[in-house]
Each structure stands twice: as C-alpha cells, then as structure tokens.
Design a protein around this ligand. Structure first.
Ligand code: ADP
Ligand code: ZN
Ligand code: ZN
Length: 751
C-alpha cells in the first residue's frame, strides 16, 4: 500500500478548525482510519498525545514527508457526534463543491468567548384562577409579552428563562416588576428535569384522528423494528402534521434518543415553538438566527452534554451535536430557506438524509405542497409516502376558492386593484366583523420609477436592478443600499414625465383605507417588520383582533393560525410566474395554496379570491382547486419536456468578477472545459457508465450566459448550465472546472 496522510484538526471546539495538521497514517492503521475518526496524535514540541479528528485523507504530503509525524492510535469505538459531523462536512464538500474548511465551519460551531451560563427558570405560585385574571388584565392593557408569559404559565409549571426572552419576547426589565409583585419567581439553580422522561403536557389532550394515527404508526413500527427510513408526510393545510411529528418524537424520546426539528425561520413563531414546549417541556431548546454565535455554541454544548433532547431551529439546527440522534423532522420541506446561499450550498433535506443514515435515525419531511423533488422520490419509492387528506379540527373545511380574471375586470371598466367580487366579499366581512387578509404575491415588494417618454426604468448604477421608490420620496437599491432623491427629469432623455409604477403593500394599504375608511388595517412587509420582533408583534396583534385587515407579502401566509379570518384576497397571483427561473410555477402553486389555506381555519367557512391575468395557468388552477396531484402532473410534464430537475440533474455554475473582461475570458474557458469534459468522457469509454456513447443523450451545455441580474454591487455575473440524467457525470465536470482555478469567484449548484 502506498503512503497515506491524514489531515486532522486537533481541537474541534477551537478556532484551530481553521488549520488542519498533517500526519502519516502508519500501515497498521490504514483501513481503520476514516474521515471523522477520532485519533490520537503527538502534538507540539513536547509531542504530548492529543485527541484529534481526521478531516481528510490524501496521498499527497504537504511538506517534507520525513518530517511528518505518525498518528499514534485510532479510537474505533467512538464514532461520536463530532465524527459524524466531520464526515458530513466531507460529504458536503464533495457533493456541493466547497473547501473542507468552509464545510467544517458549517457543521462545527466555532467556540467564541462565552460567559458561563446560568440555567434560569420562571415559576409561579399563583393559582390558575389568579393567572387567568392577570392574563385578562394584561390583555386589556396591551401588555402582550406579559400576557404571553401568563398564558404560558397556565399551560406549563415552569417556563425556561430563555424561552421567555427569546420566544415570548420578555426583557429582564419587564420581568423585574412581575417578580417584585410576587407573581413570578426566577430560579437560578441548576434545575434540570430528568431529561429522558419528557413531561406530559398540561394542556388539553389531542387525540389523533385515524389518518394521523396511521401516519405516526408507520414511522413508529419501523423505528421499533430498528430500521427507520425516510418519510414524506404530505398533509393538506391544517391536517395536523405537527401533532403527528410530536407523536413520533415522543416515541424516540421515550427510547432515550434525540430529535432535531427544522422549521423555516419565518414560521418559527412563538405559537409554533410553544406547542413543542407544552408537550415536551424543558428538554426542548430553540435556536434562531437572532442568536449570537456564543449563544448558539452554548445551545450546541448543552445538546452535546445531553442536557436537552430536542432542538428546534432553522437549517443550521441540523448540525446539533446530539450523540444519539433518533429522528430528524423537516417541516415545510419545500421551503427555499432550506438551501444555503453560502458555500457549501447544501440543501438541508439532502444533508439531513445523510446525517440520519450515519446516525441510524429516521427522517420525516412534511409539507402541504411537497417539492417536486421530494414527491417524485416518494413516487419512486425512495421515501415512504404518508398522507393526511382531511383537516384535523372538526368543522374546519377547506375554503371556497374563486379565480377572478382581471382582464375581464378591465374590460368592464374596473381599474381598481380590487375586483368587484373581492370588494363585495370585503364589504360583507366588514359588516360581519370578520377578518380579512390581503396577500400580494410579490417578494420584497418594490415600486419602481420609469419614464413615460423613453420607457426606461431608473436603475441602480452599481447593480442591474430598478431602484425602489419609498414613501419618503427617495429611490433606493435593495441590493447594495445606493440611494438618491427622486429626480424631476428622466436621467436618460430628460423628459419630465417620470412616475412610480407598480403596486406594493404601501399602495394597497392606502387604497384599502380609501375604500374602507372605517377599517383598521395592519401592514406587514420589509419596512414594518425590520425592527426586532416586528414580525411577531404584527401577527399577534392581528390574531388578537386588533385589526380587521392584514395586508402583506408572503410573510403573512406562513405557519400562523388565524381562526377569525374568513376571507383571503390574493391580489396579483401571477406576478411570481414571471420570475426568470424554471421553478416559478412551483413556487406560485405553493404560495397560493398556503395563502388559500389561511382562510377558514376556524369554524366559519372561508372564501378565497385569487385575482389574476392568467386564470388558465395550471399553477393557479391547481392551487384554486387545492389539487396537488393535478399540479404535480402538469409541472412534471413541463420539466420533462424542457429538461429541468427533477426530470434530470442540472449543474449550475455561477462565475462572478468585478472586472468584466476577466469574467468573459473565464466564462469562455469554463464553457470550453465543460465541452471537452463531455466529449472526453464519451470517448474515453466512460460512456459505458453513462450510456451516451452507446446512443444515450450526451450532457447538454447551455451558456455561459449573463445572470438574470448581470451586475450586483459592481460585480458582473455569468452562468453556465449543464444537464444530464447521470448525476456522477455532472459531479466530474464540476471537478474539472474547479481544477482550472480561474481568477473569478465560482459557485456551484447541483440539483
Ligand atoms: P398543519 O401543520 O398540518 O397545517 P397543525 O398541526 O398546525 O396542521 O394543526 C392544525 C390545527 O388542528 C391545530 O390547531 C391543531 O391543534 C389542531 N389539531 C391537530 N390534530 C388534531 C386532532 N386530532 N384533533 C383536534 N384538533 C387537532
Ligand atoms: Zn426618459
Ligand atoms: Zn445597487
């Protein structure tokens, strides 16, 4: 056997992750040493033995081989959480194309200076009656955070301090007077519950319905048989997926194992989190992006030490170092937020599957609108499909949905943004004092300014995007922050006829108030939620009936239950159909289905009005009919026809550079290399594996082309697409291009 070297990191809890050290793998240990293996190595001048982890195996010595020390031993029994995470990092590097360093930094939390943490718990001696009274009083006085705490204490004997601060949004200053009045007590001792026996919930028992029971049991049976697999829980909005997750989790926790629950940040509201706390008590911990690195590290440490058993959080919670992981749940698996924007550009669904298989854990993906990717895998039998086809709450029915053709409205002279049908229903709901949600299907809404003489839109000089007009009359670039006052003449042709164009949340708010002067209106968008907790404040104000109408972008349709909403108006359903990528039909269907799912969550039947210029588009039709099957069939046909994933695999290579000539050169080289790799692979007989030499289709190369937004922050961007049914071929082409070491920034996406 040839010489083998191992790059190791010596102390994973330290910044040394930045710097691997190289050791020789002695012959007797070859085979036993894997990526992730805990090993002992002589370290430093004194050659004291230290524990280290292997992050990479290579045949190449990085310096004079005679000076490379040998690994002393390998701990074969201890393929612990850290080992698994390191192997996961290795897999991510290979799969997504990044450096090992980037991958390690993603999976291992870097230690920061942390103050020692005290575990604090809030308790009360008050009776249920007294608590209820305080709750009512807090509501009257609009002390929302206080009300949330009292209502939490009604449900649970004790509330972890962290939960109160992070999820219920209390501050130390707000807790103080409550403590002084003797309503609550903040205990500062180390008071853990027995972590293996989750508390039984105090709230009202929910008994699973037959569908939920069957879904939970499918997992539980496999789990007990020692072979939990991957499941896709497809359940319509309001079908009670969360109860099913919790039932599965209870089984795993009873068995002494741990659970990771991924929830998109936007749906990680205190309402959601409280459901888990209520059921499992203080073995639950939550992380979110508002935590500092130190706080996050802290939570991971607690997990590693076995102080918590359930971690809830966005994408990165996947890397919680549980030693004995039994289950990973990914709620709303179709969410775009599960894909990392930074290298390694991993998808949490894929990385979770890898992690689950290393740990022997189950993986449950849940959605009302599964991604095409997940659903096609389920149909192929790679995932086990579990279905919930009915709403969980008795008397709760799916809303009545109507599609309104805006072209017809215009023809009959209605130029308002509200169709006649929507106006009529809004009046009706205002009269009945029921709530309304108006949803604009427009991400980060922007109203741009254009010239009526030459037709040019006012653009950012640094980025290829239109500037956004704000109410204060200034024009802003949402990509780089560039800002100017609104000019009085067109910068291109000098014409004075320039004006704002487009319909945004602010505009809709104004129009709504004009049409319904008596209505209390809340608006939720980037502007109104930017302050800390703004998002949650607005949602709870609306839930508590402080407004009649809530207007907003996609933020308002995720993961919140508003039982009093009986009308949802979708104002521009097709806007998202014009986005420049192949998945826009899928996103449109998902968002419309979610929006429609907001109506009629209570006992009153709901109505949904979808206004559109494209009433015949299948995404809109299928969403209106709440028919996932119909949508899947149409969308899959389209993907097959046009060769898009998941019909086949697609490698997207992005190149970016501040110097346009350099970028153009690099892009050409990339294109040439890809072509050569394709031809070469075919000729070298690799074709046997791929089949295209023997008449199968060769990989298809598209581009390089300019990115949809060619320039951002003075950086130019180009894209190259390569498609083929064989994933490994694309992986190989990616590696060829990585090897070029082009003087531009590259990003890879392989789906
Ligand atoms: P989903 O996540 O599928 O949209 P949820 O889990 O949020 O659905 O459940 C919707 C509502 O139905 C929640 O208020 C939940 O408490 C309630 N619910 C769930 N299961 C049951 C059940 N078996 N019986 C009564 N109510 C239920
Ligand atoms: Zn002009
Ligand atoms: Zn800009």
């Amino acid at each position: 056997m040839g010489e083998l070297f191992a790059n190791v990191i010596v102390d994973i809890s330290h910044e040394r992750v930045d710097r691997p050290f190289q050791y020789r793998v002695p012959e007797r240990l070859q085979g036993a040493v894997r990526v992730g293996s805990p090993v002992s190595v002589p370290f430093g001048a004194g050659n004291r033995l230290r524990k280290a982890y292997v992050v990479e195996l290579t045949c190449q010595a990085e310096f004079d081989p005679s000076r490379i020390k040998e690994i002393a031993g390998v701990d074969e029994t201890g393929f612990c959480a850290a080992s698994q995470l390191i192997s996961l990092a290795w897999w991510m590097k290979e799969r997504y194309g990044s450096t090992m360093n980037q991958a390690l930094k993603t999976v291992l939390p870097v230690k920061e200076k942390i103050r020692p943490v005290e575990k604090k718990t809030i308790r009360t001696e008050l009776s249920q009656e007294e608590l209820k009274e305080l709750c009512r009083e807090a509501r009257r006085k609009h002390y929302r955070a206080r009300e949330r705490l009292f209502s939490a204490l009604l449900d649970m004997e004790e509330v972890p301090y962290e939960l109160a601060v992070r999820q219920l949004r209390l501050t130390a200053a707000a807790l103080k007077p409550m403590e002084e009045k003797g309503w609550i007590r903040v205990d500062r001792a180390e008071v853990y519950r027995n972590p293996v026996s989750p508390v039984e919930k105090r709230g009202e028992e929910i008994e699973l319905n037959a569908g939920q029971r069957a879904a939970a049991d499918a997992f539980i049976r496999d789990y007990r048989a020692g072979k939990p697999g991957t499941y896709l829980l497809y359940g319509i909005t309001g079908s009670g997926k969360t109860e099913v997750y919790m039932e599965m989790m209870a089984e795993v926790l009873r068995d002494g194992k741990q659970v990771i629950v991924l929830i998109p940040e936007i749906a990680l509201t205190y309402q959601t989190v409280m459901r888990f706390y209520r059921r499992f008590g203080s073995v639950v911990s939550v992380i979110n992006s508002r935590l500092s690195k130190g706080e996050r590290y802290d939570q991971f440490e607690r997990a590693r030490k076995g102080e918590i058993q359930v971690m809830i959080g966005p994408r990165s919670a996947l890397f919680t170092p549980f030693e004995n992981l039994g289950l990973i749940v990914i709620d709303e698996e179709q969410e775009g937020a599960y894909k990392s924007e930074l290298a390694p550009r991993y998808h949490a669904r894929e990385a979770a599957q890898k992690r689950a298989s290393m740990a022997g854990a189950g993986l449950v993906l849940g959605s009302a609108t599964p991604s095409l990717e997940a659903y096609s895998r389920a149909l192929r039998g790679e995932y086990r499909l579990l279905c919930l086809t009915e709403r969980a709450k008795k008397d709760s029915r799916l809303a009545q949905t109507e599609v309104v053709d805006l072209r017809e409205e215009l023809k009959s002279g209605n130029r308002s943004i509200f169709s006649r049908r929507l106006q009529e229903l809004m009046e009706d709901r205002m009269e009945k004092k029921e709530q309304i949600m108006l949803f604009i299907n427009r991400r980060g809404y922007s109203s741009f300014v254009s010239c009526r003489s030459c037709g040019e839109a006012l653009k950012c000089p640094h980025c290829d995007v239109s500037l956004t007009l704000h109410r204060n009359g200034r024009l802003k670039c949402h990509y780089c922050g560039y800002e100017i006052p609104m000019p009085d003449r067109c910068p291109s042709c000098g014409s004075p006829y320039i004006a704002g164009f487009g319909t945004g949340t602010q505009k809709i708010e104004e129009l709504t108030k004009k049409m319904f002067p008596q209505a209390r209106v809340l608006r939720m968008d980037m502007d109104t939620t930017s302050k800390k907790g703004g998002h949650e404040e607005i949602l709870s104000a609306f839930a508590e009936g402080e407004a009649d109408i809530l207007i907003g972008t996609q933020m308002i349709v995720k993961g919140h239950d508003f039982p009093k909403v009986t009308l949802v108006g979708v104002l521009a359903a097709d806007l998202s159909l014009h986005a420049p990528d192949f998945a826009c039909g899928e996103r449109t269907f998902q968002i419309l289905t979610q929006a429609a799912g907001r109506a009629g969550r209570g006992t009153d039947a709901g109505s949904v009005v979808i206004q559109t210029y494209l009433p015949d588009h299948y995404s809109i039709q299928a969403a209106a009919a709440q028919d996932y099957g119909l949508f899947y069939e149409k969308e899959m046909t389209y993907r097959r026809l046009l060769h898009y994933p998941p019909a086949l695999c697609m490698l997207t290579i992005g190149a970016a550079c501040g110097k346009e000539e350099v970028l153009i050169q690099a892009a050409e080289t990339m294109g040439r290399t890809a072509k050569a790799a394709v031809n070469g692979a075919g000729e070298q007989g690799d074709g046997r594996e791929t089949g295209w030499e023997a008449g199968g289709p060769a990989p298809e190369i598209i581009g390089p082309v300019d990115a949809p937004i060619y320039k951002v922050n003075d950086i130019y961007r180009k894209i190259l697409y390569i498609k083929h049914e064989n994933y490994d071929i694309l992986l190989r082409i990616r590696k060829e291009i990585e090897k070029l070491e082009l003087p531009v920034m590259l990003s890879f996406d392989l789906q």
